[in-house]
Design a binder for this molecule. Structure first.
Ligand SMILES: Nc1ncnc2c1ncn2[C@@H]1O[C@H](COP(=O)(O)OP(=O)(O)O)[C@@H](O)[C@H]1O
Ligand SMILES: [Mg+2]
Length: 249
């Protein structure tokens, strides 16, 4: 079953056509990379899929239901969530508190004036487990704003995972990271894919990561879908080499 279907999606900004007639299907549990030169329309595609603004034309289905007009929070509740090119966390709170807030929101507990002791313990257990998943247990008591960039991104991923998504949209998850941080993020993406079966659509520039991790790759260029296929299909595609890989070499 497709978890996400785009059917003939277009989006214009004034006279600029940021996306033209894009159709694509992402299968349940699939790990899909979205690539293309700057200005290709990658972030716009994320904005459309995650409900930040509507397509000018076309239809988007999540788990085979139209998501037309649904705001981002509604989509989060349904199991689709995104991260941004710039990390969004509470800098003044600790790592633990950041994840705790996300967890309480996920459990619908954030609006209650107080929590029972058993509920508190349940939340604490979940937060501890999440800290282990993203490998931040040692930094739990540190203020998030003081962490290295890569660790801040992991906090953000932990907050997103607290909402228990079936589809994650990651906008350049390794942007600005060194080799070691990139490796940790890549390992986490792989883990979430293999162990939790979370489908992911991720925007990435680093070809090594893309070819290493992705099941399939979609290439955008100038708002058009240029190519789609397995890493070996894409690496051998002459159009892609001309439009994109060539500029990287
Ligand atoms: N909110 C917006 N208003 C006007 N133009 C936009 C907006 N968002 C994106 N664009 C334009 O759409 C094109 C695609 O941008 P974007 O989706 O950010 O590309 P990418 O993420 O692939 O670099 C660019 O020409 C960009 O300037
Ligand atoms: Mg972008």
């Amino acid at each position: 079953m497709s978890i996400l279907s785009l059917r003939n999606i277009s989006r214009s900004f004034g006279s600029l056509k940021a996306l033209s007639d894009i159709s694509m299907e992402i299968e349940n549990g699939e790990l899909r990379a979205l690539i293309g030169p700057n200005g290709a329309g990658k972030t716009t595609l994320f904005n459309l899929v995650s409900g930040f603004f509507p397509p000018s034309e076309g239809e988007i289905l999540f788990e085979e239901h139209s998501i037309k007009g649904m705001p981002p929070e509604k989509l989060v509740q349904r199991g689709m969530i995104r991260t941004f090119q710039v990390t969004e966390i509470f800098n003044d709170l600790t790592v633990y508190q950041n994840i705790e807030i996300a967890m309480e929101t996920a459990l619908g507990l954030n609006l209650r004036p107080w929590l029972s002791r058993s509920r508190r313990r349940e939340v604490a257990r979940e937060v501890e487990a999440m800290l282990e998943t993203v490998n931040l247990a040692d930094q739990a008591r540190q203020v998030a704003g003081a962490l290295a960039h890569g660790d801040q991104r992991l906090v953000e991923i932990a907050m997103v995972l607290s909402r228990d998504p079936r589809l994650l949209l990651l906008d350049e998850p390794t942007a600005g990271m060194g080799d070691e941080e990139t490796h940790r993020m890549t390992e986490l993406i792989r883990h979430l894919h293999r162990e939790r079966g979370i489908a992911m659509l991720f925007i990435e520039h680093d070809m090594n990561i893309i070819f290493d991790v992705a099941d399939r790759i979609t290439v955008l260029d100038n708002g058009l879908l240029l190519a789609e296929g397995t890493p070996s299909d894409i690496s051998g595609n002459a159009d892609v080499q001309a439009a994109y890989l060539g500029t990287e070499a």
